[in-house]
Write a protein that binds this ligand. Structure first.
Ligand code: ACK
Length: 841
């Protein structure tokens, strides 16, 4: 501290001595005050900051503010009365007996107040200017220095200092951000703000905005610095501070910790009246500010300047280009630099198996407003998560510090991407299979591996594959029309025949074993998708289309009848919530069903897998519940046939590229007559946990059997728990019993899957549990019919009757040991009814 400052501090001390509250700690005493009048100032303990009245630039107005000490020209860090200046020299600052810091003008009018009233006894009110530049009101009796009644750091102006927080408090909804001055002469809020995007579930980043328009984007914070922002220039006191991004349930904010104690300078960040974000250092020895980083600096810093999927590179001319695999959207736009419409994919995505990701290194990550953030995920998990969701366009690791993990998944357009060698990072962008192989081969070409003839070879290959595809199509058509090898010889399902439908008339194709074998690479283990109740399922490619082949094992329970049944049934049914059968193969002992491939596989592969369940958020789950209900409505009522599925379960719900649900596996389905309400069978089939009592005991099935299974499924989707294996630890209830108990206590929302606790719609959860419980009622007549279920889930009308105690209330173990009249729960025979347990999962 130099001599002049020591003198100044002493003066401040003398001026305010009679006002100072005696309980202050000795080192801070001089910065504590009760009143300041014009011409007087308060200096912080180590003479870093000064508080008092000032007049900016050429203005005639006066303001109460905090400025840095030891600067050759006055640098203001904070202003109290930004919008209500004093127009003469008459102001007084007071700390009143309620804890309000007020600025009163010459006529005694309060023109600014901290609005920080506190009530209570034993409060020793103190106002104090800290050495960090923070003006605080606190209870001097409390030694905890962080417990402030009010602090100026909560109300930043155009300057950010270490210790401030920029972000959002989710409890109060309060956002803290920086606002520029209107001009150098006028500290009132100007046009520019510097704001962190703080949205739960999204990843933070910074916008510089002019009113409501984004001018420049900084970030996201990658654990070290902001992605795509130039690094601070290393110097003697580098780095001047360390930044932290704090993310919790209640708040998200960015803060920094200054290193000024160990250095010879002090840093500040400000947003200037013309919208520049500047980081500067005050070097104590020089008393001058040096700007060490500013933004925007170049053309590429203009937000989204190259449009969606465009990439800006300041080293190129023109600056804008398209990411590899993309091309200019509007070829009429003469220069890419003026192309606001950006770029489009050269080859559209089809979510096929060969689709993958191209690594673009040294990139500023795209705008995270379109991204979802998942913590605790490795880069590999992140890739899997992106690949499994066909709407995911890119992924990246948000935290590049050693050991840092997490996953950023982009959905929709990639905006504001730039090449940034200095401080960029890896971005993995989804591209079509053929695009990737083209890029690979062109990179090989560059390496001299592929010679100049490759283009003509590709052209010849394309031409010959088109011809081949034509030929195969013709051949298949011929086959389905004629009686050839592989055609089923035996008769089909009786009902089907009697209704005079023929397999040949169904819109499914017949394939030979050879064709299916070639499509699946000879049923290779690599192509195996999993094992279903009746045998393995393989992935393959037929006629350029990705398929799933269900190969019925010889030992499986599904005989020719079930097989034919499934072919006929599903071939006749076309609905967006039913999986589409493309063809079949029957040759010798082999029976196979060929389906459209569902890239996101089955619902249970998400729902009951701890590492994947969080990928299924509540809106998706609710959408899935509604989709299954609509599929059921079609089966039960709207289709030409009245079909009871009889094996509705999570494993038989497949998810397409958009996570739309499709009911699959019609091997056990039965067509029933229009006027028929119930049918009887001696062979009870289905999956434990989903079978209703009347079917298990009396072999009676109806559309209400599917409604029961649907109810179980809804409760499983809400809770993420499998009905069959769930036993509540406190009272041994099974899932239905647990849901019922919570419902009775008015706590249906507590059933929701723990991984969804942060975000779900309580009303939709309550509604789903209500519907689920109605569907699993013991008595068939107490269960709603399918149109009612769809109506209730669509929010039409109020929910009807309250559910009663559901069927199979007690845990399975208990039922097994004590209830002999529920034979289905063991796989043995009872009254001539046998349960074929068909749970392959
Ligand atoms: O849960 P998953 O991965 O999805 O495992 C099962 C497995 O085969 C046995 O049923 C998967 N699977 C069945 N049909 C299809 C399909 N059409 N597309 C993709 N995967 C399927 C199912």
């Amino acid at each position: 501290m130099d001599h002049i400052n020591q003198t100044k501090l002493l003066l401040s001390y003398i001026t305010f001595f009679f006002l100072v509250i005696s309980t202050c700690r000795s080192s801070d005493t001089i910065a504590v005050f009760q009143n300041i009048s014009d011409g007087e100032t308060i200096v912080s303990a180590n003479a870093r900051f000064e508080l008092g009245f000032f007049t900016p630039g050429n203005s005639k107005n006066r303001y109460l503010g905090i400025w840095f000490m030891n600067t050759s020209s006055q640098t203001v860090a904070w202003v109290a009365n930004r919008e209500t200046p004093l127009t003469d020299n008459s102001g007084v600052v007071k700390l009143d007996s309620q804890g309000n810091l007020t600025l009163v003008n010459g006529s005694g009018k309060v023109i600014w107040s901290s609005n920080s009233s506190v009530y209570g006894s034993n409060i020793n009110l103190v106002a104090q200017l800290l050495d960090t530049g923070n003006l605080v009101v606190k209870n001097g009796n409390i030694t905890n220095s962080d417990s402030y009644i009010w602090q100026s750091f909560d109300y930043p102006g155009d300057t950010f200092l270490s210790g401030m927080k920029l972000g959002k408090n989710f409890i109060t909804g309060k956002e803290t951000y920086m606002t520029s001055w209107r001009s150098d002469d006028d500290p009132s809020p100007g046009e520019y703000t510097l704001k962190f995007l703080m949205v739960k579930g999204k990843y933070q980043q910074v916008y510089i905005m002019r009113s409501s328009v984004i001018e420049t984007r900084i970030g996201p914070f990658n654990g070290i610095s902001f992605s795509g922002r130039s690094l601070l220039t290393p110097g003697p006191s580098y780095p001047p501070y360390v930044g932290y991004m704090i993310v919790s349930q209640n708040e998200m904010y960015f803060t920094t910790v200054s290193k000024y104690n160990t250095s010879t300078s002090f840093a500040r960040t400000m947003i200037t009246p013309n919208g520049k974000r500047e980081i500067s250092l005050l070097e104590f020895s020089k008393r001058e500010w040096t700007t060490i980083n500013s933004l925007p600096v170049d053309y590429c810093d203009n937000y989204g300047v190259c449009g969606p999927y465009g990439s800006c590179n300041i080293a190129n001319s023109p600056y804008c280009g398209c990411l590899k695999g993309f091309e200019q959207k509007n070829s009429n736009e003469t220069s890419v630099d003026n192309a606001t419409s950006g770029c489009k994919r050269s080859i559209a995505l089809d979510c096929g198996p060969g689709e993958g990701f191209l690594n673009f290194s040294s990139m500023k990550l795209p705008d995270t407003a379109n991204a979802v953030y998942k913590n605790n995920m490795s880069l590999l998990d992140c890739e899997v998560a992106c690949k499994n969701n066909c709407s995911c366009t890119a992924y990246a690791n948000p935290n590049i510090t050693p050991g840092g993990n997490g996953c950023l998944l982009w959905f929709g357009d990639l905006i504001d991407v730039r090449v940034y060698p200095q401080n960029g990072q890896d971005l993995y962008v989804r591209l079509a299979a053929s695009e990737l192989s083209d890029l690979k081969s062109s990179s090989h070409k560059k390496k001299g591996v592929i010679m100049g003839v490759s283009l003509s070879v590709a052209a010849v290959l394309t031409l010959s594959s088109i011809l081949l595809a034509f030929y195969i199509r013709k051949k298949w058509k011929k086959r389905s029309d004629a009686d050839i090898e592989g055609r089923p010889e035996k008769s089909l399902d009786k009902d089907y025949k009697s209704s005079s439908h023929q397999m040949g008339s169904a819109a499914v194709q017949l394939f030979s074993l050879l064709e299916v074998s070639q499509a699946t690479d000879d049923f290779s283990a690599d192509n195996k998708l999993g094992e279903g109740g009746f045998g393995p399922v393989y992935k393959g490619v037929l006629e350029g289309q990705v398929i799933a082949v269900k190969r019925l094992s010889k030992s499986s329970g599904q005989g020719l009848v079930e097989f034919e049944n499934e072919v006929i049934c599903i071939a006749k049914l076309q609905h967006r919530n039913l999986v589409k059968l493309l063809g079949y193969c029957i040759q010798g002992d082999e029976k196979m069903l060929i389906y459209e491939y569902m890239p996101n596989k089955s619902l249970d592969s998400f729902l009951f897998d701890e590492s994947r369940k969080s990928l299924l958020d509540w809106p998706q789950r609710y959408h899935i519940i509604q989709g299954i209900a609509r599929g059921l409505l079609y089966l039960h009522q709207d289709s030409r046939l009245k079909v009871v599925h009889r094996d509705l379960k999570a494993g038989n719900i497949l998810l397409d590229r958009h996570m739309h649900p499709k009911i699959s596996d019609f091997g056990l389905a039965r067509m029933i007559k229009e006027d028929e309400n119930e049918s009887n069978t001696k062979r009870v089939v289905g999956t434990l946990g989903y079978i209703p009592p009347e079917y298990a005991i009396d072999g009676l099935y109806s559309v209400k059997s599917d409604i029961y299974s649907f109810g179980v499924l809804v409760l499983e989707i809400v809770s993420g728990k499998k009905n069959r294996s769930f036993v509540h630890e406190d009272h041994d209830d099974n899932l239905l019993g647990h849901a019922w108990r919570l419902y009775k206590q008015g706590r249906s929302v507590d059933l929701v899957d723990e991984c969804l606790r942060a975000s779900y719609s309580a009303s939709e959860v309550v509604q789903s549990v209500h519907v689920g419980l109605l569907c699993v009622q013991h008595r068939v007549e107490d269960r709603p019919n399918t149109p009612t279920v769809v109506g209730m889930l669509g929010g039409e009308g109020s929910l009807p009757s309250s559910p009663k105690k559901p069927a199979f209330f007690a845990p399975e173990s208990e039922i097994n040991s004590t209830t002999s009249n529920l034979p289905l729960l063991s796989s043995s025979s009872f009254n001539g009814i046998t349960l074929s347990q068909v749970d392959g999962r």
